[in-house]
Design a protein around this ligand. Structure first.
Ligand code: ADP
Length: 500
């Protein structure tokens, strides 16, 4: 299949969040399966330098002069090409300094407010990708766009570029439903879209234009980053106003859990950790625990269950719940290390806990990949009591490091961690502990269950090894996307036959 992905970030060239990691890894994994993949993204400030730094300098497409209609104007852009590292995946960067040569990707560096011309900037990206298809005579089988920035792509394919791309199917992935790209209705004109599409069934959202909704109603197939989150976002509780739209599309909505970089997160070779280890020889993990206790200023004591947390310190991650459960938790004789930055109220909460219990709680209010690796390797247990979690990565890293996750049963966490229940049929496949109610006692009970099993060393070891055996590589994920693409092609053809 020929697949073109359009997205606002692509690692390692531009990155603010997990979206970039997906765009850096998924096309490469699909290419390994034999698919032909290209990526289109904006040439932000810094992209050129990063490309040169990693030895993949951008080459100009000299014969290509992109022109995209924006309202009544025609806006021009240059196109630069490079490849994803160690692949033949072409990445096309669309250059327009007025739009993209700025401090931040989406917001003002000064006050973190959204750029006022964000709709125009991402109309140019979406429309630019389609103009690029025209200029390079590319006719992808699948156009795959991601998050609100590129939500208009499926609408353009169906309603503006049908003649050029009669057989192209569209896939739209929601990485984060909380960002919806909502703009005033007159931006329909900027986008060059007919007013007949501005209805409640299509692009209109309470009087405004929503780019996210455009993707949700326009694409042949929708995906999000776990099956559980796919179900959750169809409910009022998690749907953030889009649940009705998503329920309408439930037959076309698929959940696919993200992969992880299994080279970066590998206890056998990880250069950041005290001692390397593997499922065959776990002995190095004890040294990692000692080093972690020592570096966080906790008593070096192998008989204490060491719980690790690494996350953005925000409400989503269940920090209120942790605060409520903490006093009882510390009665259990555990140790806790926390790495994170975020909301000052959680900084204070954690610092207070440390001051009261310096021998039990240690906190580092910082962003450090190296410390994250050390916590994954040195902890016995990794705690994620999230309120909601579309996918979640740390539980996957934990399992790979033989660190048993305790998670709240939501989103990607519910799907990737098999709860240990001695009496259940799947007890032999368990990989961690999961609790459901967002309540301190539920969290506490899960930690008690973990403590109980931890004292039965052979059973605990089996749990660790189950986690370490799991395959979270991108190869597996790419196969799932490939089958979703085939489904999209089939559905698109079926709809064309029906005249929709
Ligand atoms: P989210 O995307 O909601 O932040 P994920 O679990 O999907 O949550 O991914 C977060 C990523 O960021 C993980 O790789 C995690 O290790 C990393 N991370 C979060 N906070 C820190 C930190 N303070 N230091 C290092 N890495 C962090």
């Amino acid at each position: 299949m020929q697949i073109m992905m359009v997205a606002s970030e692509v690692a390692p060239f531009s990155k603010e969040g997990g979206l970039a990691d997906v765009l850096g890894a998924l096309p490469a994994a699909l290419a390994k399966l034999g698919e032909e993949v290209t990526v289109v993204s904006p040439l932000y400030r810094g992209v050129r330098d990063e490309a040169e730094r990693i030895g993949l300098p951008l080459q100009p497409l000299r014969d290509v002069r992109l022109q995209a209609p924006i309202g009544d104007r025609s806006v021009e852009g240059n196109v630069w090409k490079t490849f994803l590292p160690d692949t033949r995946v072409a990445v096309y960067f669309i250059e327009n300094d007025r739009y993209y040569d700025r401090d931040g990707y989406y917001t003002n560096a000064k006050d973190h407010s959204d750029y006022l011309d964000n709709s125009e900037r991402f109309i140019f990206l979406s429309r630019g990708a389609l103009e690029l298809c025209r200029l390079l005579e590319l006719k992808p089988d699948v156009l795959h766009s991601h998050d609100w920035h590129t939500g208009l792509v499926p609408i353009y394919v169906k309603h503006v570029y049908r003649a050029e791309l009669p057989n192209t199917a569209t896939v739209f992935t929601v990485h984060n439903l909380a960002y919806q790209g909502i703009f005033w209705h007159w931006d329909m004109k900027l986008a060059g879209l007919p007013w007949r599409l501005f209805t409640w069934k299509m692009l209109e959202y309470y009087g405004n234009l929503s780019f996210l909704k455009a993707g949700l109603v326009g694409a042949d197939v929708l995906t999000t980053v776990s099956k559980t989150y796919a179900k959750e976002i169809q409910t009022e509780e998690f749907g953030l106003g889009m649940d009705g739209v998503l329920r309408d599309r439930s037959d076309d909505l698929y959940g696919i859990v993200n992969g992880i970089d299994t080279d970066e997160w590998n206890p056998r070779t990880d250069p950041a950790i005290e001692a390397n280890y593997s499922a065959e020889d776990l002995s190095g993990k004890a040294a990692c625990k000692e080093a972690l206790q020592a570096s966080f200023g906790l008593p070096v004591d192998s008989s204490r269950l060491l719980i690790g947390i690494v996350c953005r310190l925000v409400e989503q991650k269940g920090l209120d719940l942790l605060a409520e459960a903490l006093p009882a938790l510390l009665e259990e004789g555990i140790q806790l290390v926390v790495l994170g930055v975020g909301d000052p109220k959680y900084h204070e909460m954690l610092q207070r806990a440390h001051q009261r219990h310096p021998d039990k709680v240690s906190v580092r209010l910082d962003f450090s990949s190296e410390a994250a690796h050390r916590i994954e390797a040195g902890s016995d247990v990794f705690l994620m009591p999230s309120k909601f979690e579309p996918c979640g990565l740390n539980q996957l890293y934990s399992m790979r490091y033989g660190t048993v996750p305790i998670v709240r049963r939501t989103g990607g966490l519910a799907e990737t961690v098999v709860d240990y229940d001695e009496n259940a049929a799947d007890a032999a496949e368990a990989t961690g502990f999961a609790f459901e109610p967002y309540e301190p006692t539920a969290l506490l009970m899960a930690v008690r269950r973990a403590l109980d099993l931890w004292s039965r060393k052979e059973k605990w070891r089996a749990l660790m090894l189950n986690g370490m055996k799991q395959d979270w590589s991108w190869g597996r994920v790419a196969r799932q996307y490939a089958s979703v693409y085939r489904e999209a092609i089939r559905k698109a053809a079926g709809r064309r036959d029906e005249g929709n």
